[in-house]
Ligand binder design. Sequence first.
Ligand code: F6R
Length: 252
Amino acid sequence: TEVIIVQNEHEAAQIYANCVAQLIARKPDAVLGLATGSSPLAAYGALAERVREQQLDMSQVQGFALDEYIGLPLDHPESYHSTIHRTVTEPLGLDPAKVHVPGDVLHGMALNDNGEAMAAAGPNYDQMIADAGGIDVQILGIGTDGHVGFNEPGSSLVSGTRIKTLAEQTRIDNARFFNNDVEQVPTHCITQGIGTILKARHLILLAFGDAKAEAIEETVERGVSSFCPASALQMHPHATVIVDEAAASRLR
Ligand code: F6R
């Protein structure tokens, strides 16, 4: 794993944007893996700026998001479908028809509304990624417990996209987006598996701040373990971890 220590998230954002711009120059219909959360926002901002200044045309780019809640209506402002549209598709000028979020077919369904559709949604999403030629660059954040996507500690390192229960701590953490009411946070999610993520050709994980320092140490300097799902990056031939000084503070 390549580790790059930067001054701040804007420096990280430029590294990501350079990487994506070079990719699009040789492959205008590149396939990007997209994450929600705060860590990638500056990176998306850097791309959006290049699009606004007409240095970059992303209209042919395809996007696949990492994860989604189960049981929220399509237009719920906190669904990742809505979040990706607001933070990525619109500012980067992507074609909404080319941007996919797992579980798009399940929106509005409650868990177990349609068991067959629920069971098929994960494998179908992995097939859509494969049919698009695979993901070229996957951007990732990391949870303080080492989760990536909604792959919480204990997740299989060879998993495909599947439905999972949300860890109680994650529901508590995310209650801030749901009127601080844990009851309103969905109980289940659909997430790319660690195996899905490892198939992307280049992984770029971003982490900023003290709170991520322990997870980053486990990710790059401890053994590979399902108890820190992000440590699976060690098995990937092209993984780049971009951290600020605070997130790097426990590295040797
Ligand atoms: C995002 C995701 C999560 C976040 C992680 C870090 O789609 O699945 O794994 O990347 O929780 O979140 P932030 O970046 O908000 O610290």
